[in-house]
Design a protein around this ligand. Structure first.
Ligand code: PLP
Length: 380
C-alpha cells in the first residue's frame, strides 16, 4: 500500500488532504486514494506479495494460488476488523443487496412460518416485499407515515409468536437514518442489512444471525456482497434452491463455487488493508463522528437548510437535508458542483440533498461543503 499520493499530502487524521472534487455519491462511492493508487500500480501486472502474476488482476484465474490466497487474506482481515467469532462463515457473493433481499428468505424462511421485518426506509420496505414472494411476512413497525424521519421505537414493535428471523436495515441510505444500537438479541436470529454503514464502526457480530453488505459504499467497488452468517443457520435452507444462492454451498466452497467477481474482491481486499492501516473500526467511527457532527451542526445552525431525521436516529454516513423549496435545493446542488462538491442531489424518491460521507471522505471534504453552505446562504 502506498503511503502518499503525488500532489496529495496527509492530513492530521492521516487521510490524504485532497482538493476538490469531493465525491458525495451514495454508492458506488469514494474509495481511499491510496487504494486507487495501488490499483493503478497493479493494473498492468498484478503482483501478489511482490511476485508478478504475468497478467492484470482482471485476467488471472480465480482457481490460481495467488487469488485463493488473496480471498483467504481478505476474509481474515474482515474477521480481524469485526472480531468475527469462529462459528460464523464469511461469504463473498454476487447479486448485490437486492440479491440478499431474496436469498435471506430463500435460505432462512421456514415453510409455513413468518419472518418479522422492521420497515425504517425504502430498502427495508423493498426487502420485506421481496420476502413475501417466499412466505409470510409480519411488519414489526413502519415509520413510512413520518417519511422515515425516525426508526420505529422498539417498544412499538409487534412481534410475531415464533418468527423464522427478525430483519432490519441498520442504515437507510435514502432517508438517512441509522440504528446506532442493535436491539438486544431476539429469540429469532437477527438479520441485518448493513450495506451503507458497514465497517464505519465496530459491530457486535455475535448479536446477529446474519449480516450482509454490498461493498460499494465503504469497502470497494460494486459487484461483491459480503455475507457473515452463523453456522447453525446454514442447515436451514431447503435443497431445492439454486446452488449459487445457497449459503451452505457457498460456505462449503469458500465462495469459489463459480467464478467470483475477482476485480471487486481484489479492490475490497485492498480497502480492508487500508482500514486496518488507518487504525481499524474504532478510528473509522471516530472520523465518522467528526464528519457527521460537523455537517449536522452546520445544518442545524443554518437559516436555510434543515435535517429532518430525529437527532437520535441520524445517519453518520448519509446526511439528508433540504431547504423545503425545490428551486433552492436545485440551485444549491449546482452551486456545490461549481465548487467540485459532487453528487449531492437527494435520491429521486426523497428529493432535497444527501451528502454521503463514507470512510474514504476526508474531513476536508466536509469542511468544503460546510463552507459552501455558508457562502450560499450569505448570497441569498
Ligand atoms: C441499505 C441498502 N440496501 C440495499 C441496497 C440495494 O443494493 P444493490 O443495488 O447493490 O442491490 C442499497 C443500495 O444503495 C442500500 O443502500
Amino acid at each position: 500500500m502506498v503511503a502518499c499520493v503525488a500532489g496529495r499530502t496527509p492530513n492530521s487524521d492521516n487521510t490524504l488532504a485532497m482538493n476538490a472534487p469531493y465525491n458525495f455519491s451514495p454508492g458506488p462511492a469514494m474509495l481511499p486514494p491510496e487504494v486507487i493508487e495501488q490499483v493503478k500500480n497493479d493494473l498492468p501486472e498484478w503482483k501478489w506479495k511482490g511476485v508478478g502474476q504475468g497478467a492484470s488482476i482482471m485476467e488471472v484465474s480465480h482457481r490460481g494460488k495467488a487469488f485463493e490466497a488473496l480471498i483467504a487474506e481478505a476474509e481474515q482481515d474482515l474477521r480481524d476488523l469485526l472480531a468475527i467469532p469462529s462459528n460464523y462463515r464469511v461469504l463473498f457473493m454476487q447479486g448485490g443487496a437486492w440479491g440478499q433481499f431474496a436469498m435471506v428468505p430463500m435460505n432462512l424462511l421456514r415453510a409455513g412460518d413468518t419472518a418479522d421485518y422492521l420497515v425504517s426506509g425504502g430498502w427495508s420496505k423493498s426487502a420485506s416485499e421481496e420476502a413475501q414472494k417466499f412466505g409470510s411476512v409480519n411488519v414489526l413497525a413502519s415509520s413510512e407515515w413520518v417519511g422515515y424521519t425516525q426508526v420505529p421505537d422498539e417498544t412499538t414493535w409487534l412481534r410475531s409468536a415464533n418468527p423464522s428471523y427478525t430483519y432490519l436495515c441498520s442504515n437507510e441510505t435514502v432517508y438517512g437514518n441509522e440504528i446506532h444500537a442493535l436491539p438486544p438479541t431476539t429469540r429469532s436470529p437477527l438479520i441485518v442489512d448493513a450495506s451503507s454503514h458497514f465497517l464505519s464502526r465496530p459491530m457486535d457480530v455475535s448479536a446477529c444471525g446474519l449480516i450482509y453488505a454490498g461493498a460499494q459504499k465503504n469497502v470497494g467497488p460494486a459487484g461483491v456482497t459480503m455475507v457473515i452468517v452463523r453456522d447453525d443457520l446454514l442447515d436451514r435452507a431447503p435443497t431445492a434452491i439454486p446452488t449459487v444462492f445457497h449459503y451452505q454451498h457457498m460456505a462449503a466452497t469458500k465462495s469459489l463455487f463459480n467464478t467470483p467477481p475477482v476485480f471487486s474482491i481484489y479492490v475490497t481486499a485492498l480497502t480492508l488493508k487500508w482500514i486496518k492501516s488507518q487504525g481499524g473500526l474504532a478510528e473509522m467511527e471516530r472520523r465518522a463522528i467528526v464528519r457527521s457532527t460537523m455537517l449536522y451542526d452546520a445544518i442545524d445552525a443554518s437559516k436555510v437548510f434543515t435535517a429532518p431525521v430525529a437527532r437520535a436516529d441520524r445517519s453518520r454516513m448519509n446526511v439528508v437535508f433540504d431547504s423545503g423549496k425545490e428551486e433552492t435545493d436545485a440551485a444549491f446542488v449546482k452551486f456545490c458542483e461549481a465548487r467540485g462538491l459532487m453528487s449531492l442531489k437527494g435520491h429521486r424518491v426523497r428529493g432535497g440533498m444527501r451528502a454521503s460521507i463514507y470512510n474514504a471522505m476526508p474531513i476536508a471534504g466536509v469542511e468544503a461543503l460546510v463552507a459552501a453552505m455558508r457562502e450560499f446562504e450569505a448570497n441569498l
